[in-house]
Design a protein around this ligand. Structure first.
Ligand SMILES: Nc1ncnc2c1ncn2[C@@H]1O[C@H](COP(=O)(O)OP(=O)(O)OP(=O)(O)O)[C@@H](O)[C@H]1O
Ligand code: SF4
Ligand SMILES: [Mg+2]
Length: 319
């Protein structure tokens, strides 16, 4: 197994004296095989980016473990950590502007990769590698190289970052809303590129998105998150063909339809923060029309309803 996330929990404490706590990731368990593309889907604040950051070792879990090729990532010494960061795991985040220094030409983002990993590559070969990497994400190197970040669009900057991440040929790519700012046709090109890259290099991808359609398009497995917890996961086709959790159904029903116009449908159910986090039972109960007494009292355990399709909801058994 490439990556195993075991009972991962991250609690953030905000505010100074008597601050409040946010259970951003709550007892999350999943694993990713070599060459697998797994989508993490959920609404804003459901903990997707926090999971990405935990896997990248940018923040420490409150409890639980992350094993990479069987080794706890927090047990890595300096060398293993360097290797983990640059060779094994690469990430592309939503906001490309944060990754570029406005004072330097965009070419500079490739320097670190060459300094760290491709030390023995000649200048001519480096230029060729960068050129090919840029072309693979649909960019014309002549229009990109030598430019400053403010001279390029967000979509172009994002594709440069994707090109850089893939240049390393990582074992795992974490793409956190990485295609959200691309226009529709470029987005499909980049998704196809990720798929091809997986096929050619065996790279696994954690594809973080709000967009169910993108998750469906690209992934082998899908994980649906709600308020820090996984509520349903499994083979993408199974989850889409037979969505079981009331939240997954709600997400699928709320995908905009081309021939339906937006209309106000009334006030949302109770979603007050502290209250929901403190719930003993199912976190979705305040929004669930099917909530029973038991739902408010007992947190549903995941149940395998068919092979490779799990759901955590009392409607499908479990404790
Ligand atoms: N450093 C932090 N300190 C305090 N709370 C945080 C911190 N980072 C995230 N959170 C909280 O943790 C929860 C999960 O945040 P996260 O960014 O992981 O969500 P997300 O699913 O990526 O959302 P989005 O789709 O908007 O990017 C949110 O309630 C967020 O406010
Ligand atoms: S456990 Fe109960 S409240 Fe939660 S989603 Fe299932 S039916 Fe709804
Ligand atoms: Mg996020």
């Amino acid at each position: 197994m490439l990556l195993e996330v075991q009972n991962l929990t991250k609690i953030f404490t905000s505010g100074l004296i008597g601050g409040y706590q946010v259970r951003a990731v709550d007892n999350v368990t999943f694993s990713i095989k070599e060459g697998e593309i797994v989508s993490l889907v959920g609404e804003s604040g459901s903990g997707k980016t926090t999971i990405g950051k935990l896997i990248l070792r940018l923040i420490k879990p409150t409890s639980g473990k992350i094993l990479f090729k069987g080794e706890d990532i927090w047990s890595f010494d300096k060398d293993k950590l360097m290797n983990y960061y640059y060779k094994n795991v690469q990430a592309v985040f939503q906001d490309p502007f944060a990754s570029f220094n406005p004072l330097y030409k965009v070419d500079r983002v490739f320097d670190l990769v060459f300094r760290t990993f491709l030390k023995n590559v000649s200048d001519v070969e480096k230029d060729e590698l960068v050129r090919r990497a840029l072309e693979s994400v649909g960019l014309n190197p002549r229009e990109i190289l030598g430019k400053f970040p403010h001279q390029l669009s967000g979509g172009q900057l994002q594709r440069i970052l994707i090109a850089r991440a893939l240049l390393v040929e990582p074992s795992l790519l974490i793409a956190d809303e990485a295609v959200s700012m691309l226009d529709a046709s470029t987005r499909i090109d980049v998704l196809n590129l990720l798929g091809e890259f997986r096929d050619n290099h065996g790279t696994s991808v954690i594809f973080i998105t709000h967009d169910l359609a993108l998750g469906y398009y690209i992934s082998d497995k899908i994980i649906i998150m709600y308020r820090g917890s996984i509520v349903e996961w499994g083979d993408t086709e199974k989850v889409f063909d037979n969505p079981l959790h009331p939240y997954t159904k709600m997400l699928l029903e709320s995908v905009p339809d081309l021939n339906v116009k937006w209309e106000f449908k009334g006030i949302e159910p109770e979603r007050e923060e502290g209250k929901v986090w403190e719930l003993k039972g199912c976190k979705f109960a305040p929004r669930c029309s099917l909530a029973k007494d038991k739902c408010w009292k007992i947190r549903p355990e995941p149940v395998e309803v068919e092979k490779n399709h799990w759901v955590a909801c009392h409607l499908y058994g479990g404790s």
